[in-house]
Design a protein around this ligand. Structure first.
Ligand code: PMP
Length: 357
């Protein structure tokens, strides 16, 4: 039986990537070494790192004046690293709250600087309109969470922030559709959803934003120091980095971001249509802000939640429970989820409704 994993992260990886990692695990390209036991300074690992960098730059069309950093500590680590790299204690930064993760980013930043809530969607089912935001003209940056993984809320356009750098948490949406990197000051993302495996966090930062880190910033999170050292201030998460590289190659071999974006749109359409045309399932996110990566839904008969999850599991549809803070269901349909997985889920949902609706 095929198993389809709808986990929000660590999420599904492409079968081909897992197979290739398995094939190369004991002996990487005839080196007699596993990537897991290679020195990060060895020519072999440097070639892996360089290839990953050029493939990512190619996929996202990253302009020359941006650095790509591989860090540890997850996106949560960056919640602290962002204020520490971009602002001083008395500086202000604006945060737009659209869900759980942007709220957390805001709270963490408040430990270090004067973070300010520019807008708060409160019910987390839409992105507040830009003209309703209260922005500080001297803010050091404006922070958004491009895609809220728990609530399934996505920005449908890039906010215009003028000269103030836009900082975006793209953990659950990066590489799923084309983006214009030049509109952002900083893009960051944990790898465990659309990039690779847990343990590495990617930061894409415009060069002119380097060099303002607060003096207490830990060296391993000092973006400028990291950039200078090719992300090797200390031992990087080498295997995780390699895995990211395999995913980048897989994406390129399958037509790159434009092609994957088409498939993502098709998968999301199938699932939202199934939800909207049913009397049992419900998603209350404003249509324009519905995430194509994380699709939360509730059952009009919540007593059936556990039954839904148990029966889905029996037919190989796993990790469909919503985040523990919100309950209900959530199907994360990242790049590596084949359309067949979403079709199987829709068939199951229809049948479950026939039997229980
Ligand atoms: N931001 C978003 C949008 C997320 O989805 C997550 C994790 N699910 C995080 C931040 C936190 O990431 P990490 O666990 O890598 O610290």
């Amino acid at each position: 039986m095929a198993v389809y994993n709808f986990s929000s992260g660590p999420g599904v990886l492409p079968d081909e990537v897992i197979k290739r990692a398995a094939d190369e695990m004991q002996d990487w390209h005839g080196s007699g070494l596993s990537v897991m036991e290679m020195s990060h300074r060895s020519p072999e690992f440097i070639s892996i790192a360089n290839k990953a960098e050029s493939d990512l730059r190619d996929l996202l069309q990253i302009p020359e004046n941006y650095k790509v950093l591989y860090l540890q500590g997850g996106a949560t680590g960056q919640f602290a690293a962002i204020p520490l790299n971009l602002a001083e204690e008395n500086d202000v930064a604006d945060y737009v709250i659209t869900g759980t993760w942007s709220k957390k980013a805001y709270s963490e930043a408040s430990k270090y600087i004067k973070s300010h809530i520019a807008a708060d969607a409160v019910e987390y089912n839409k992105v507040p309109r830009e003209k309703e935001w209260t922005l500080n003209k001297d803010a050091k940056y404006i922070h958004i969470t491009s895609n809220e993984t728990i609530e399934g809320v996505v920005f449908d356009s890039v906010p215009a922030t003028g000269d103030i750098p836009l900082v975006a948490d793209m953990s659950s949406v990066i590489l799923s559709e084309p983006i214009d990197v030049s509109k952002y000051g900083v893009i960051y993302a944990g790898a465990q959803k659309n990039i690779g495996i847990a343990g590495v966090t990617i930061v894409i930062v415009r060069e002119d934003l380097l060099g303002s880190a607060h003096r207490t910033t830990p060296s391993i999170w000092n973006w400028q120091a990291k950039a200078k050292a090719g992300s090797m201030v200390n031992t990087p998460p080498c295997y995780n980095w390699y895995l990211c590289g395999l995913v980048f190659e897989w994406l390129k071999d399958h037509g790159g971001i434009t092609e994957i974006a088409k498939q993502n749109a098709q998968k999301a359409k199938l699932l939202y249509e199934a939800i909207d045309s049913s009397d049992l399932y419900n998603n209350n996110v404003a249509v324009a802000n519905r995430s194509k990566m994380n699709v939360p839904f509730t059952l009009n008969k919540p007593g059936l939640d556990q039954e839904f999850i148990a029966q889905a599991k029996q037919v190989g549809l796993i990790t469909l429970q919503g985040h523990r803070s919100v309950g209900g269901m959530r199907a994360s349909i990242y790049n590596a989820m084949p359309v067949e997985g979403v079709e199987a889920l829709v068939r199951f949902m229809n049948k479950f409704e026939e039997q229980n609706g």
